[in-house]
Design a protein. Structure first.
Length: 314
């Protein structure tokens, strides 16, 4: 029997944590009693700098139940860093990452285990529908996934960060040194045999979403800029296009001057200059974003810092 580690990144989830603890503990005991996993399997909360009582709730359950453990980060490093911290700091044969808000269906872990036993190294949890999301979120999500595919990014459609990985896959993932994290696109690069498990995503039962619109936009841009150079190529293409349009405009000006002797249309000229100036600023901004990512990568700052650990025995 293999040791399973269920990793739950947690940031200000005091409202939902009691139910999460009860649900995940029940699931773990079910799997242990069915002899599907080792009795030494663990439920690992990664406290990502929570400001509420989340750490106290986790600490209390760790002192009462040996199946629970905690990795307490020194500050908020973000969802992606917290996931990596869980996989790096605890030893197991199989890892599953799932958000602490219970919107992803924990019962899918049983089906994921079956896929692992069939020889898969990575099993993706995929949302079968987005009925619980708003129209805006559904529409933007579909457009975003299509955009990533168009830009050549290898990503699993409607998959977030609910997945199961073998130790071999996790050890291979550790070879990727990126500081700008977007695990949804990094993990498919690992390769190995994979499968998908479908589920219906439920509404958040307590607390508030930790991914407001600004964070969603930042994560979306991270996915594009980390895995595609198409935006840079578009800058080059727009430069050639602008040069071509400028040449056409120059021909028009010369023709107007030769035919009428005067040059008219100063308003249109100013408009064109303004548009081209905007294109230049956008192009410089895109190039600046890529340079900023290089700046972050070369400094090689740690992805997370562990302040304390509870019940981590490896």
């Amino acid at each position: 029997m293999q040791k399973l580690a269920i990793i739950l990144p947690c940031y200000n989830e005091q409202e939902i944590l009691p139910k999460t603890i009860k649900t995940i503990d029940k699931l773990l005991n079910k799997l242990i009693n069915a002899k599907q996993i080792s009795p030494s399997s663990r439920i690992c909360f990664v406290n990502d700098g929570s400001k509420d009582k989340s750490l106290k709730i986790i600490t209390d359950i760790c002192s009462e139940n040996k199946h629970f453990c905690c990795i307490n980060l020194s500050r908020n490093f973000g969802h992606q860093g917290a996931i990596l911290a869980g996989m790096n700091e605890i030893s197991a044969d199989i890892y599953v990452t799932i958000d602490a808000d219970l919107q992803d269906n924990p019962d899918c872990i049983c089906e994921m285990l079956n896929k692992i036993n069939e020889g898969c190294d990575i099993v993706y949890g995929v949302r079968d529908s987005r009925d619980t999301d708003s129209w805006f979120k559904r529409t933007t999500a579909v457009c975003y996934y299509r955009l990533l595919k168009f830009l050549g990014v290898n990503i699993v459609y409607n998959h977030a960060d609910f997945r199961m990985m073998t130790k071999r896959a996790v050890e291979t993932l550790k070879q990727f040194p990126e500081r700008n994290l977007f695990l949804r696109a990094i993990i498919p690069l690992v390769g190995f045999k994979s499968a998908q498990v479908y589920y219906d995503r439920t509404k958040r039962q307590a607390g508030e979403s930790k991914y407001p619109l600004p964070k969603m936009i930042a994560l979306a841009w991270n996915g594009i800029s980390n895995f595609s150079i198409v935006p840079l190529r578009l800058v080059t293409f727009s430069g050639f296009l602008i040069c071509f349009m400028s040449f056409i405009f120059l021909c028009y000006v010369i023709y107007n001057w030769s035919a009428k002797g005067t040059i008219v249309g100063w308003a249109s000229l100013v408009t064109i200059i303004t548009i081209f100036s905007g294109v230049q600023m956008i192009s410089l901004g895109i190039i600046g974003e890529y340079l900023a990512k290089v700046f972050i990568e070369v400094k090689k700052r740690p992805l997370y810092i562990v302040e304390s650990k509870i019940n981590i025995d490896n």
